[in-house]
Design a protein around this ligand. Structure first.
Ligand code: PRP
Ligand code: MN
Ligand code: MG
Length: 178
């Protein structure tokens, strides 16, 4: 697995330090509000697990699943919801947790969907933010790192379903795509 990586952009240590900082930031904002963390499957599962532990306040956790990239490195442009969420959003302070905000199509779709369920508040926390690729106007409230335009794997991010379990974030050698 390691042999397939061309370059490490965010080491395990960088990631863990930044997650700890985000946890502190959210803790200040959400103490006493019992936020509902909504993880977007599958990519967010590792970040969500780390963030929830770094948060260290009362909170609840839900998951929603959408997919638009399939097995490629480019979005299909069509966001498909593969696991919806019940009526748990109403009047809650919702924090949507994502691994990456890229074109914005996924979060734009999800934001509209979740807002229609009348949360008390809704904010977005993404580990990576790639603003240069945005196709719709959307921004995150909490960002781990603003990243340059590359195709990343690791820390939840996949290529054709693989590499999510790398503890760091890197790019793949071009040979892997062909
Ligand atoms: C990836 C990533 C984000 C989304 C970001 O999910 O995890 O959810 O794409 O891209 P966008 O801003 O261009 O919409 P993907 O569709 O690959 O599903 P996955 O999380 O199951 O891998
Ligand atoms: Mn995803
Ligand atoms: Mg994916």
């Amino acid at each position: 697995m390691k042999n397939d990586i061309e370059k490490v952009y965010y080491s395990e240590e960088m990631i863990q330090n930044r997650v700890r900082e985000l946890g502190q930031e959210l803790k200040t904002e959400y103490a006493g509000k019992k936020p509902l963390l909504v993880g977007v499957l599958k990519g967010s599962f590792i970040f969500l697990a780390d963030l929830a532990r770094a948060l260290d306040i009362h909170c609840e956790i839900e998951f929603i699943a959408v997919s638009s990239y399939g097995n490629g490195t480019e979005t299909s442009g069509e966001v498909k919801m593969t696991k919806a969420i019940g009526d748990v959003i109403r009047d809650r302070h919702v924090i949507v947790v994502e691994d990456i905000l890229d074109t914005g199509l996924t979060l734009d779709y999800l934001k509209k969907y979740l807002l229609s369920m009348n949360p008390a508040s809704l904010k977005i926390c993404t580990f990576l933010d790639k603003p240069s690729r945005r196709k719709v106007q959307i921004s995150a409230d909490y960002v781990g790192f603003e990243c340059i335009d590359a195709f990343y794997v690791g820390y939840g991010l996949d290529y054709a379903g693989e590499y999510r379990n790398l503890p760091y974030i890197g790019s793949l050698k071009p040979a892997i795509y062909s």
